[in-house]
Design a protein around this ligand. Structure first.
Ligand SMILES: Nc1ncnc2c1ncn2[C@@H]1O[C@H](COP(=O)(O)OP(=O)(O)OP(=O)(O)O)[C@@H](O)[C@H]1O
Length: 324
């Protein structure tokens, strides 16, 4: 549970506890924990083969878990009456009818759910930005449009959670941008979204919370803002870098910080800067130092992820201990 602004506790909409999957003695997912809160765009990140699809399939009940628990709104997933009414998903390439239009596809899938609600279809077409193309045959759609139509179909029963497994795979940069803005729009309307990807960059731009999985194990699970905050370096450019370096080291120490400060290419870099850069700036200027630029850089999250995806196991251990 976590505290929200007003001081009340919010329970996760989806909670994965110590989830494991073994195939023939091989641990594909091991003791994984995830907490997805209402309104989150939850980024589930990991390199190819890390265990993302297996985890998602276990969440959806498409693959039997070896052990652990999956709770949806506090209830065991296996006890839910109609999981696909609560959780919309796009897990494989969508099974659309290419010779029907987008609207006709939606009508058909609505009928399969024994429903008839033309208003809902219009609402969904608008939500996924397909109004203008609604009467075009699906075979003329771009991959991104097909993905969005498949998402509209998944949203037909008005689920509380939308699960997307690598939805941008195969999309061109414009398609990726469209998908991103579409996900933000959905989240703004109150949808909770779980999205998997092997690209940090893609997730970093939309996610509110992040889980990184590597070789089946959860390496990190936290709000994105908290991770970025933790990995924010401060770069200080000055005509007198040695003097600034000396000042900064003393200033950090006097304020009780153990941050690492380095002189790199003629500027000063403070790793995981733990304080207020404006306060540091004014203290330096008051000490008679000249500062020409102070810039916060949050590239270490990317460094960390790249190290993980490139197989830097030592680094993974460091992340797991929360000491990044
Ligand atoms: N049915 C299965 N039988 C045996 N091994 C499997 C099975 N399904 C998946 N695996 C193995 O589990 C590991 C994780 O696969 P998974 O597809 O979950 O990873 P992923 O993170 O989704 O990667 P990708 O993005 O490449 O799909 C891989 O080593 C894969 O070979």
């Amino acid at each position: 549970m976590k505290m929200r602004g007003g001081g009340f506790f919010v329970k996760p909409l989806l909670e994965v506890k110590q989830l494991s999957k073994t195939y023939g003695g091989h641990h594909v997912v091991q003791n994984l924990n995830m907490q997805i809160y209402p309104g989150d765009i939850y980024g589930f990140l990991g390199p190819n083969g890390a265990g993302k699809t297996t985890t998602i399939r276990m969440i959806l009940g498409l693959v039997r878990k070896s052990s652990g628990e999956i709770l949806f709104a506090g209830q065991k997933m296996e006890l839910l009456d109609d999981p696909f009414a609560q959780i919309g998903c796009l897990v494989e390439s969508p099974g659309l009818y290419p010779n029907l239009t987008g609207r006709q596809n939606l009508v058909l899938f609505q009928k399969l759910r024994k429903q008839r609600d033309p208003g809902r279809i219009e609402e969904l077409l608008e939500m996924v930005d397909l109004q203008a193309a609604a009467d075009k045959k699906v075979k003329a759609y771009s991959l991104g449009m097909k993905q969005r139509l498949a998402i509209a179909i998944a949203l037909l029963p008005n689920p509380r959670l939308l699960v997307l497994d690598e939805p941008t795979n195969g999309l061109d940069p414009a398609g990726i941008r469209e998908m991103r803005s579409f996900l933000k729009k959905l989240a703004a309307r109150g949808m909770t979204i779980l999205i998997s990807s092997h690209l940090l960059d893609e997730i970093e731009k939309v996610a509110t919370r992040l889980c990184i999985i590597h070789e089946g194990k959860g390496v990190i699970e936290a709000p994105l803002e908290q991770l970025l905050e933790k990995h924010r370096d401060l770069k200080i450019v000055s005509p007198e870098p040695e003097a600034v370096y000396k000042f900064v080291t003393g200033w950090l120490k006097s304020r009780g910080h153990a941050a690492v400060t380095r002189l790199v290419d003629g500027h000063v870099l403070i790793e995981s800067f733990p304080d207020d850069s404006a306060v540091l700036n004014s203290a330096a200027v008051q000490s008679g130092l000249s500062i020409s630029e102070l810039r916060v850089q949050s590239s270490r999250l990317e460094d960390m992820f790249l190290t993980i995806t490139e197989g830097g196991d030592a680094h993974v251990g460091r992340v797991a201990n929360g000491s990044l």
